[in-house]
Design a protein around this ligand. Structure first.
Ligand code: PLP
Length: 398
């Protein structure tokens, strides 16, 4: 049998293209923040993770240009060898301070940060306990670690369900080393993890807690320090991870924790050692975004206000916004085809959302993921609500 057989047989994407409702890989021709150009038309973007709107901030752009002029377009090597710039180490100490940890380590993507940190830290007889809906990069880190170390056991618990987590924990041999892993804010439905219960359970069962706060930092807490700050904690979580591709207006990711833990991962993570370092422009963009977040926390609060308003208004219109508690607001359509049709009608009306269907979510939770930027205007938001109302009624969703 030909190894490519499955490729010849894969026709589903083409079928949706032929029906004119394929919602993926639509190229952006121009990016003006809340407004972009797609298919030659101006589109209101409510499908971006540019939460604080910093990707088009002139200060961030200038920092990226200056770093490129000074250091070139690439680091041309691994952090381990020739690829570490003084800017990388400066960023690591700034980030560690920002999340109240002793040390931080930056990777070239958030995906690599999770895959690298988790697969490196779990070995021998470790048990990893993970929320079923954690991000795929967490699962890939877990699966990679487990395949390299056959003694590793993987346990999943129901989404954000502390009772189920406790049930799973109770059944684990107390002598085995344990890593409990969760998203801080879940990426599809925008709900916060129940951190106080997770911390209690981690302490009671002697597990280390690893929190992926990719959608939490810049979004949660009065000063944007994320899920920890949202709950009024300081440094209780053992390892914090975040990407730079959302709030931080760049590309890359980091982990932060005790200096010995970070130092171990730095010397053993294959994803760090065998991949080129974050390019200068990306590092400089994060440093500038961090300056802005620290000096202007009001942008975080503007984003939070937008999230509250949109959730309230969607619910008043009769839409189901799932578990959302943040500016990530899913609009549940609950049907595969209808989700694509709703997406296309919205797109024709000038609004871009993200269509999310199985296997990314259970089939009965097909949804349009909407997410907001601190730079959306009140007019932008009204346009979104009016358009959703019109289409929701037409399609019998509300
Ligand atoms: C929760 C979560 N973790 C990790 C990542 C990976 O980050 P990156 O896009 O920087 O690779 C993402 C991005 O989609 C994410 O949503």
């Amino acid at each position: 049998m030909d190894i490519f057989e499955k490729c010849w047989n894969f026709t589903k994407a083409q079928e949706y293209m032929d029906r004119g409702i394929y919602p993926y890989f639509v190229p952006v021709e121009e990016n003006h923040g809340p407004r972009v150009v797609m298919n030659g038309r101006e589109i209101l973007m409510i499908g971006s993770n540019n939460y604080l709107g910093l990707t088009k901030d002139p200060r961030v752009i200038e920092a990226a240009i200056k770093a490129t002029e000074k250091f070139g377009t690439s680091c041309s090597g691994s952090r381990f060898l020739n690829g570490t710039l003084q800017m990388h180490t400066e960023l690591e100490s700034r980030l560690a301070k920002f999340v109240n940890k002793e040390a931080a380590l930056v990777f070239s993507t958030g995906y690599q940060a999770n895959a690298g940190a988790i697969s490196t830290i779990i070995d021998k007889k470790a048990v990893v306990i993970t929320d079923k809906t954690n991000h795929s990069s967490i699962f890939d880190g877990v699966f990679l670690g487990a395949s390299l170390n056959p003694g590793v056991t993987v346990k999943r618990y129901k989404h954000n369900d502390a009772d189920d987590l406790e049930r799973v924990m109770k059944a684990i041999d107390p002598e085995r080393p344990k890593l409990l892993v969760s998203d801080g804010v879940f990426s599809m439905e925008g709900d916060f993890v129940k951190l106080p219960r997770l911390l209690e359970i981690a302490n009671e069962y002697n597990a280390r807690l690893y929190l992926d706060d990719a959608h939490g930092i810049g979004v949660g807490g009065d000063t944007g320090r994320g899920t920890m700050e949202h709950y009024g904690y300081f440094d209780e979580v053992d390892v914090i991870m975040c990407t730079f591709s959302k709030t931080f207006a760049s590309l890359g990711g980091f982990i932060a924790g005790k200096k010995e833990v970070i130092n171990y991962i730095k010397h053993y993570s294959r994803q760090l050692i065998f991949s080129a370092a974050m390019p200068p422009a990306n590092v400089a963009a994060v440093l500038k975004a961090l300056d802005i977040i620290e000096k202007e926390p009001q942008i975080v609060r503007r984003l939070q206000d937008i999230g509250q308003k949109m959730r309230r208004e969607f619910q008043t219109l009769g839409f189901d916004t799932g578990h959302s508690e943040t500016p990530i607001i899913p609009v549940l359509i609950k049907d595969y085809d209808k989700t694509f049709m709703f997406w296309k009608t919205l797109f024709d009306e000038g609004i871009y959302t993200n269509a999310v269907v199985a296997p990314a979510v259970p089939p009965d939770r097909s949804l349009l993921r909407t997410s907001y930027m601190a730079t959306h205007s009140d007019n932008d938001l009204d346009q979104v609500l009016e358009t959703f109302k019109k289409i929701g009624k037409q399609m019998g969703v509300i």
